[in-house]
Design a protein around this ligand. Structure first.
Ligand SMILES: [Cu+2]
Length: 258
């Protein structure tokens, strides 16, 4: 009789404990819209890290860029010394492409990275976005500033993140961030239709934007196999699979044709 009671107690214990534990759990599939789960993984070991660098070359005929007429906004027009042109395609003097976004698309999934505490700047200066193309880590602040004597309206058009559309008076500044990776988020101004920028949101620090010499550098990359992608506003994307050996400095080149 005593033995049976003990069995019953044990049985009740086994049934009750899992029920009690389950009471406070959030049902699966109810992840918050604004706070995706943190990327699993650890920080990479950088003791044998390498570097991938290179350039984005351009072949063929350089397209003529449209001239931007901003006479309706004299405060902006007078900030420019000469005519202003669209930055859709900027070919550098050395035959390379400016404003190409280069990033590690695959190969870092096992790692996690904290967002930098320092913000990235996006200025509205002379009714032009500066910079025209830039990268930011997920959840890293973008400091958006209106340096013009005019009102702007900052309006990113993401597909993986939440859209916003905010008027900004002269001199105002605000910070925003995007929680999800997205290549690329177009940004427009509802007041000045020529204003365009593109933001690459990356879950790690391995990205770069080509400037006046068309070069890029991805430093402190742990040894491994990677897919490197380059994105350009007009010419689309290309990718290359590479292997980075311990402490290796590797050069790669991409080429777009006009
Ligand atoms: Cu504007």
């Amino acid at each position: 009789m005593l033995r049976n009671k003990l069995h019953l107690t044990a049985l009740l214990f086994l049934v009750c404990v899992p029920l009690a534990c389950g009471g406070g759990e959030t049902p699966a599939g109810e992840a918050s819209e604004e706070a995706p789960a943190a990327t699993p993984g650890v920080a990479p070991d950088l003791s044998q890290a390498g570097t991938v660098s290179g350039k984005i070359s351009f072949q063929g005929e350089q397209p003529q860029m449209a001239r931007i007429r901003m006479g309706a906004e004299p405060a902006c027009e007078e900030k420019h010394d000469g005519p202003v042109y669209s930055q859709e395609v900027v070919v550098n003097e050395n035959g390379t492409l400016k404003n190409a976004f280069v990033w590690v698309k695959e190969g870092l999934e096992q790692y996690s990275f904290d967002a930098p505490t320092q913000a990235v700047s996006l200025d509205q200066d002379g009714c032009v976005y500066l910079p025209h193309v830039f990268g930011v880590q997920t959840n890293q602040d973008i400091s958006i500033r209106n340096g013009d004597d005019a009102t702007h309206n900052i309006h990113p058009l993401p597909e993986q993140n939440r859209e916003f559309n905010i008027s900004q008076a002269s001199g105002q500044e605000m910070a925003r961030s995007f929680p999800r990776p997205e290549i690329m988020i177009p940004v427009k101004c509802n007041i000045h239709p020529w204003m365009k920028a593109y933001i690459g949101v990356v879950p790690h620090p391995y990205f770069a934007v080509t400037r006046e010499d068309g070069s890029f550098e991805l430093k402190d990359l742990p040894p491994g196999e990677y897919t490197i992608e380059v994105w350009h506003e007009k010419y689309g994307t290309q990718e290359q699979a590479i292997t980075v050996a311990p402490e290796e400095s590797q050069e790669i080149e991409f080429s777009f044709e006009g």
